[in-house]
Design a protein around this ligand. Structure first.
Ligand SMILES: *Cc1c(COP(=O)(O)O)cnc(C)c1O
Ligand code: SF4
Length: 346
């Protein structure tokens, strides 16, 4: 796969940490889960800060060896909703199409960590053809979401082949691509890739995965600008992670910068119960408190929806903090962003 060869992870220079923990533990982590960083990511890690928010997202950590009983190998139930390899169909109007199970980098909290970076990588041609047939045969499918793995590690030629097929399917109205590449490997957003993206008739939405403003380097800003110039509508998705971004000021900075870069914050995900990720998880109530703080001080344009993917594959639901409680007979108590109480009558 040429997409994989171009950028290999740089070994950490001797005087820099390769991860959090001793070598023996880090080797065990790497045997269990895929480990990979790009040069762009590695260069962006503040080597002197032990709690660097970029390092924590990507460098292996001995704490990944501890699993808790509530963790699940397939936390959001992809498998039970997969009618054919490469397709996850949980909601009637949209499907995930996963042409590749590899990524440019491996996020330590990944909800698909039991799958990504392992096995064959690319979907076999016959499997890809069957997945496209499934989409063609299901007239309810209005949106196709390329996910994975990371679809933007595909060569422009392979990506073009998929987008051309989707473009021909009448009932498909929208193509969405979920990707870490613009953030983790921005040089891959080159002219050839942008030409492919701008060639589609159907609108292409790109949801970039980003968790901290430190990830918005000059090269990342350029990549986002090129995607926008290629006609893509840009969204972001983030994961709320203990020690990385569980702070209203950190998120406010991230979301403001994203909006200034023409990226509309879409979802803030509560972390999934993927194995060995307990050190990233935090209480739902803490996430709701952060969202409450943001509501008062940040433009609505810059507010994502805080989401929980219900463990076991029951779907995503918003965890919006509740501002409303029913009294009786159509009278409600509502609290304003400063926490003061008011009444509303139907
Ligand atoms: C998250 C997800 C989607 C997309 O959900 P949206 O709320 O539309 O972003 C679609 N299918 C599956 C299986 C998912 O897990
Ligand atoms: S890019 Fe996405 S799929 Fe890949 S490791 Fe990160 S979270 Fe998982």
């Amino acid at each position: 796969m040429t997409a994989q060869k171009q950028q290999t992870a740089q070994p950490a220079p001797d005087n820099h940490p390769a991860g959090f923990g001793d070598d023996a533990d880090l080797n065990r982590v790497a045997e269990r889960y895929a480990v990979r960083v790009t040069t762009a990511v590695y260069d962006n890690i503040a080597k002197t800060a032990p709690d660097d928010p970029v390092a924590l997202q990507y460098l292996p950590d001995a704490r990944e060896l501890s699993e808790t009983p509530d963790e699940l190998p397939d936390p959001i139930g992809d498998h039970s909703h997969s009618p054919t390899p490469g397709i996850v169909h949980r909601y009637p109007d949209r499907v995930l199409l996963m042409p590749v199970s590899r990524c440019a980098v491996y996020c330590r909290y990944c909800f698909r960590r039991e799958k990504v970076g392992k096995g064959a990588g690319l979907l076999e041609p016959a499997q890809l053809a069957a997945a496209l047939d499934y989409i063609r045969d299901n007239k309810n499918i209005w949106e196709v979401i390329l996910s994975g793995g990371d679809p933007l590690i595909l060569s422009p030629r392979r990506l073009a082949a998929i987008l051309e097929e989707l473009d021909k399917i009448g009932h498909v109205g929208v193509i969405r691509i979920h990707s870490r590449v613009p953030i983790a490997d921005p040089d891959r957003i080159n002219d050839a890739l942008c030409a492919v993206l701008s060639n589609t008739q159907k609108p292409v939405y790109i949801a970039v995965h980003i968790n901290h403003a430190q990830e918005l380097t000059a090269a990342v800003e350029t990549a986002l600008r090129h995607l926008h110039q290629a006609g893509c509508t840009l969204l972001s998705q983030s994961v709320l992670l203990k020690g990385v971004n569980n702070d209203a000021t950190v998120l406010e900075t991230l979301f403001r910068r994203l909006v200034s870069l023409r990226v509309r914050p879409y979802y803030l995900h509560h972390p999934d119960k993927a194995p060995g990720t307990a050190h990233f998880r935090l209480p739902l109530a803490e996430g709701q408190q952060i969202m409450r703080e943001l509501r008062g001080r940040l433009s609505g344009l810059a507010q994502p929806v805080y989401m929980l993917d219900i463990p076991g594959g029951h779907g995503k639901i918003p965890l919006t903090p509740c501002y409303l409680s029913a009294e009786d007979d159509g009278i409600y108590q509502v609290s304003d962003p400063s926490g003061h109480t008011h009444f509303y009558q139907d």
